[in-house]
Ligand binder design. Structure first.
Ligand code: SAH
Ligand code: SF4
Ligand code: F3S
Length: 491
């Protein structure tokens, strides 16, 4: 064994394994409240800075807030200048190949930074670190990466950093099997206006194209009392909005063995808390039951926006995708929602160019879109993910054809988005103001209840508040307007 090989075998405490990640055990989840920073690490960060770059979904954004919380408790402060940092963490996303390519590109850039400053600790975490192929590639080709840790190992960050500081070898700790839910992790939230709140972790749906169930483990729900307490505390500290997070929030509570308490009950309890806005993401059509629609119909602080990924409008395609719903079931659900929830805005995710998707099947997606008339959609070209069933399927759709389909779909998405936004022209809508526009100091921006980005003229004192805005112009991706002053409101 040469030195290089020795280095590789010594450093791995646990490497990812997609086969192990696929397994779903029956063991119940335990809830821990015993997170502590080890004494010897509690001041290690004094005078040092950390930089976290986050890719992917809201789950990752929130995980980065937890890592920020842990690092702050160790004395580190945050920086947005990568070349000032003593610790650099890339919190990665594995959902499509281009997400991964961006991360590998960034790692390439950081190589020279690492060469100039070898004491910097470069860590890779998030969903990519759960993939065997990625970890092998990092260890073989990017030896300058000091630390690799998985989505189930975030609470181990202090110990892992300690190992990095003590030895010159790289540290790899990726558990393929999910661990317990740890309730008392510190969080350094961004902003002070809107907060993410995890309600559950993992996914058991195993859509055939998707890597998430492998990178995030089995579905585990937080206990209701812990979620309610967290939202109460956020309300008490002045937050205006919470977004409840889960890969499939409608499956909330399915894993409780001692409680009959599902997402509708959770929302019904949370809506009584004095916080102006509650949102949630993401909903899977399969578990969206009537009770849940009835709770949402109560309105109040439950915002009228549902992100309901359809993925395809073809029942045949949905079957091969393993989505467990048909086009007809999806349409029935959407019609019920529209009927019962006033002013509902709907958004979705769609995949084009799934293996062997025919022109006809693609057109079913277009027709679904035109029938539902979503407010907005996130559209993707199918990307094979190693270890998923779809990655093994033969594919007869040329890449060029897939690109064309995406363009065709996006044209419809944009046209309908603008038409939907136009219905707000001339109306006065409440906007939660998040800050000033990046391009113009005098322009404020925020979101309406339907989650429409709104740019408008108004005073900086409005930041952090919900204010009435008169919509003057609709664009495809946003609204423009003017804030209504107190005196105008009384007229
Ligand atoms: N849990 C969420 C979505 C997580 S991933 C849900 O089920 O709704 C976000 C979106 O990425 C998915 O809705 C899907 O549209 C897209 N996606 C996932 N895997 C993909 C793949 N292999 N290729 C292309 N798009 C994919
Ligand atoms: Fe992926 Fe499907 Fe789970 Fe969403 S529901 S995270 S698309 S497997
Ligand atoms: Fe990406 Fe992981 Fe989220 S794969 S979309 S960061 S759950």
């Amino acid at each position: 064994m040469n030195e290089e090989q020795k280095k590789q075998t010594n450093q791995i405490q646990s490497a990812p394994n997609l086969n192990a990640a696929r397994k779903r055990g029956r063991e119940t989840i335990s809830y821990q409240r015993d997170f502590v920073i080890p004494e010897q690490m509690s001041r290690i960060g004094e005078g040092k800075k950390y930089y976290i770059r986050t890719y992917g979904c809201q789950m990752n954004e929130h995980d980065s807030e937890v890592m920020g919380g842990i690092l702050s408790e160790m004395g580190f402060t945050t920086t947005d200048q990568v070349d000032e940092a003593d610790i650099i963490l890339l919190n990665t996303c594995a959902v499509r190949e281009n997400a991964e390519n961006r991360v590998f590109g960034e790692i390439g850039h950081l190589k020279s930074l690492k060469r100039h400053n070898p004491d910097v600790i470069l860590g890779i975490c998030g969903c990519m670190s759960q993939e065997e192929g990625v970890v092998e590639r990092l260890l073989q080709k990017h030896q300058f990466v000091d630390l690799i840790f998985g989505t189930h190992n975030i609470h181990r960050l202090p110990e892992l950093l300690q190992q990095c500081y003590m030895s010159k070898e790289n540290v790899v700790e990726v558990w393929s099997k999910e661990g317990d839910i740890i309730e008392n992790l510190p969080k350094l939230r961004q902003g002070g206006i809107k907060a993410w709140v995890n309600i559950m972790f993992g996914c058991d749906k195993f859509c055939t194209y998707c890597i998430v169930p492998y990178t995030r483990g089995k579905e585990r729900s937080r206990r209701p009392e812990d979620i309610i307490q967290e939202v109460r505390e956020l309300a008490a500290s002045g937050y205006q909005e919470v977004t409840l997070l889960g890969q499939n929030v409608n499956a909330y509570g399915k894993d409780f063995v001692d409680l009959d308490y599902r997402f509708d009950k959770l929302l019904d309890d949370l809506r009584k808390i004095d916080i102006p806005r509650i949102r949630f993401t993401t909903s899977h059509p399969r578990d969206f039951n009537d009770d849940l629609i009835d709770v949402l119909a109560k309105g109040g602080n439950l915002m009228p926006h549902i992100h309901l990924p359809a993925q395809s409008g073809s029942t045949e395609m949905l079957k091969i995708m393993g989505r467990k719903h048909t086009r007809e079931q999806y349409m029935t659900l959407v019609n019920k929602m529209k009927e019962k929830i006033p002013n509902l805005s709907l958004s979705t995710d769609l995949i084009v160019g799934f293996p062997n998707e025919t022109r006809e099947q693609f057109e079913d997606t277009l027709s679904l879109y035109q029938t539902v008339r979503y407010d907005i959609a996130y559209t993707f070209i199918y990307s094979p993910r190693e270890g998923t069933p779809a990655a093994k399927m033969q594919d007869n759709v040329p890449a060029e054809e897939k690109k064309q389909r995406l363009l065709e779909l996006n044209e419809i998405v944009n046209t309908i988005a603008l038409e939907k936004n136009k219905t707000f022209e001339g109306k006065i809508v409440p906007v939660l103001v998040e800050g000033v526009s990046k391009k113009n100091e005098n322009i404020l921006s925020g979101y309406t209840p339907q989650n429409k980005l709104t740019n408008f003229v108004g005073p900086k004192s409005a930041i952090g508040k919900i204010v009435p805005v008169h919509i003057t112009e609709a664009k495809t991706w946003s609204l423009n307007g003017e804030m209504i002053s107190e005196s105008e409101r009384k007229v």
